[in-house]
Design a protein around this ligand. Structure first.
Ligand SMILES: [Zn+2]
Ligand SMILES: [Zn+2]
Ligand SMILES: [Zn+2]
Length: 358
């Protein structure tokens, strides 16, 4: 027994794949990959893992086998070449169903969050589910939505989804204290889809991405894929965290809703600085010397691992230490190794830190 989040049916639910099981049949590398989970809006959820594409949530049969399955069909025939990295065209006709599929998939992925997380304020308003269900025969996303299509050039993810609450701020006025929309991001193979939906429709603005990704919805000209800047692992977390969304209107700023995206500030603990990690549960430490270095305009990159265990690539910047990426230890070492610059020891043993000057 359960209630379908979309149509409100109460009774026996069926298991809907968060990411359609057709993804297991198109030739992706399905070897189980290490995965990270954490509170939503922080490091997102890697869903296609261990083994990929088996995560399900309870949805009623008519939704699962009806409109949702029809969107999966369009997604499968339209997106498979891009997921596999083959260039191709996207017709204007497919744009609506693909944008609706992105929204449907992100909403469904949010149902994976535990009840505890949802009670803590994660998740999306129930009306988002009901309204998308109302549009089920039109195969279009909710109004005041936009969607872009790009290429993921990273190595670390086979499939992942993120939902980040966003605010619309007017220059000169304080940041709103509640979100007015949300950004959705899906990575599947080499395909990257990014969307924004303004839940406060009166505040909807026309948006673009910093990378100028081609717009998929509202349908622009029929698109060629891939086109524009690719997003790599180093850029992905910021991108999925809605930090690359731009309003095309002057004096209006779009960005992540701070309580969902910002970490509490670092705290000094003796000679060490305590930095809460984006897993939301742990802290890592780095030497106070790095703070003094930052005051002199010298910045560093280093890696740290929390107890999850999740590894982090951390950069010091003028406004403090920032987590640039969260992933497996191997993935973070690779990102770190790839940084130019010489390794140095800061702070001396014990408690010294090996890092690279940025
Ligand atoms: Zn239903
Ligand atoms: Zn942790
Ligand atoms: Zn910064």
């Amino acid at each position: 027994m359960g209630t379908c989040a979309f149509c409100g049916f109460t009774g026996k639910l069926t298991q809907e794949h968060v990411l359609g099981d057709w993804l297991s049949t198109i030739g992706l590398d399905l070897r189980p990959t290490p995965h990270v989970t954490g509170p939503l809006n922080r490091i997102g959820r890697d869903l296609g893992v261990r083994p990929p594409f088996r995560q399900t949530v309870g949805i009623c049969g008519p939704c699962n086998n009806g409109w949702m399955s029809r969107l999966e069909d369009v997604a499968k025939h339209t997106l498979t070449p891009f997921i596999l990295g083959n260039a191709g065209h996207l017709t204007a006709e497919d744009a609506g169903p693909v944008a609706a599929w992105l929204q449907k998939t992100a909403l469904t992925a949010m149902l994976v969050s535990s009840e505890k997380e949802r009670d803590a304020g994660y998740g999306l308003p129930p009306s988002e589910y009901h309204r998308l269900w109302d549009l089920r025969d039109q195969k279009v996303p909710l109004p005041t939505s936009q969607c872009w299509i790009g290429r993921y050039a990273g190595q670390r993810r086979l499939a992942a989804t993120w939902v980040t609450p966003i605010t619309v701020a007017v220059d000169g006025l304080p940041e709103p204290d509640a979100p007015q929309g949300y950004a959705t991001t899906i990575v599947l193979g080499q395909l990257l889809l990014h969307g924004v939906r303004f839940t406060t429709e009166a505040l909807a603005v026309t948006a673009a991405t910093r990378q100028q990704l081609p717009q998929l919805w509202p349908a622009a000209t029929p698109g060629i894929w891939p086109h524009g800047t690719s997003i790599d692992d180093a850029a992905l977390l910021a991108f999925a965290g809605a930090r690359d969304l731009r309003s095309t209107e002057p004096f209006i700023r779009l960005g992540p809703w701070k309580p969902a995206s910002e970490l509490p500030a670092s705290e000094a603990v003796g000679d060490l600085v305590e930095l809460p990690t984006i897993c939301g549960k742990h802290v890592v430490y780095y030497p106070m010397t790095l703070v003094h270095e930052a005051m002199r305009g010298r910045f560093y990159a280093f890696g740290r691992v929390c107890e999850c265990p999740t590894a982090y690539l951390i950069h010091t910047e003028p406004d403090g230490a920032h987590c640039k990426a969260a992933d497996t230890v191997e993935a973070i070492s690779e990102l770190y190794e790839a940084l130019p610059g010489q390794e140095i020891m800061i702070g001396g043993e014990p408690g010294g830190l090996i890092c690279k000057r940025l």
